[in-house]
Design a protein around this ligand. Sequence first.
Ligand code: KMH
Ligand code: ZN
Length: 309
Amino acid sequence: MSKTIITCAITGAVHTPTMSEALPVTPNDIADQAIAAAEAGAAIIHLHARHPETGAPSVDPAHFDLFLPRIRQATDAVINISTGGNPVMTVAERIPAAQRFSPEMCSLNMGSMNFSIHPLADRYDTWKEDWEEGYIRSMEGNIFRNTFADIRMVAEDLGSDPHNVKFEHECYDVGHLYNLKFCLDQGYFKAPIFVQFVMGILGGISAEIDNLMFLKKTADKLFGDAYQWSAIGAGAQQMRIAATAAMMGGHVRVGLEDSLFIAKGEKAKSNAEQVEKIAQILRLQGHEIATPDEARKILGLKGADRVAI
Ligand code: KMH
Ligand code: ZN
C-alpha cells in the first residue's frame, strides 16, 4: 500500500480574521503555522497570501515573498501556491505569484461555480476588519470563474517549461472531473494527475460519504491508474472525509483554509493541531504518512531544487 500524503492548506482566501483567532493572516503567523504543520507531518503546504496589515486575501507576489523564503528555508515540504486566489478574481489576476516563484505545485480549479460562504455573514454582529463583511456578502452574487480557456492558459503557462508545475486539480463536483478528462485528452496535463475532491463548499457537491464514493468511482472510470487523489471535507466534515478518503486509498487535505474546527463545535488552535489529528487517525488506520520526498515521487514532482523561492 502506498503512503498517504497529508496536504495542509494554511490560510486560504475565504475565512476572515473575525471567524477564528487561530487563522494566520500576518506573514509571520503564516510562516510559523506552515512550518509547524510540516513538522507535524504535512508533506505539502498549500498557500495563499494575505495583506500584511489588514489580513485581506491577496495575490500580490510581494506578499507571498514575506513568508515563502522562511518556509522554504525551515522545511523540505512541497510548496503549493494557489491559483484560486480569491473567488472574485480572474485567473490572469491569480497567477503572478506562481509565475514568479515557480513552485513544485499549484492549485488549478477545474470549473466555474457559485463558490460562496455568504450565509456565514449573518452569524457575526461585529467584524475585526472593515473589508470582511462586504467581502463575505459579495460572494452571493459572484461567479468563481474557471473557464476552459482559463484552464488552458494556466496549463500552458505554468504546466510546461520553464515552470513544469504539477497541479492540484480542485474538483468541486462530478462535472469538474469530466472537465479535467477533456483537458487531459487535449494534452494539457501529464500523468499522473493529482485530483483534489473538494466537498462541502456551497456551490459544489456536499461532504457526504456517498458522494465521495461516486467521485472516486467516476475518477477511476475516467483516469484509470493515471491519477492520484485526495479529498477535502470543508467545514465540520473535514476529519470524517479525510479519514474515509484514506481508507479508500486516497490522500488527505486538512488546514484552516478548509475548516476552522478540530471537533464538533470546537475551534482548532492551529493548522498543526489538525495535521496532528489526521496523522494520528492515519496511523491508527494502519497507514504510513508520506515524507515530502515520498510525496515528490508519488506525484512526479520536478523537485525542490527547481523552484524560484
Ligand atoms: N479553498 C478551497 C475550498 C485554490 O486555492 O485554488 C479551494 C482552494 C482553491 O484551495
Ligand atoms: Zn486554496
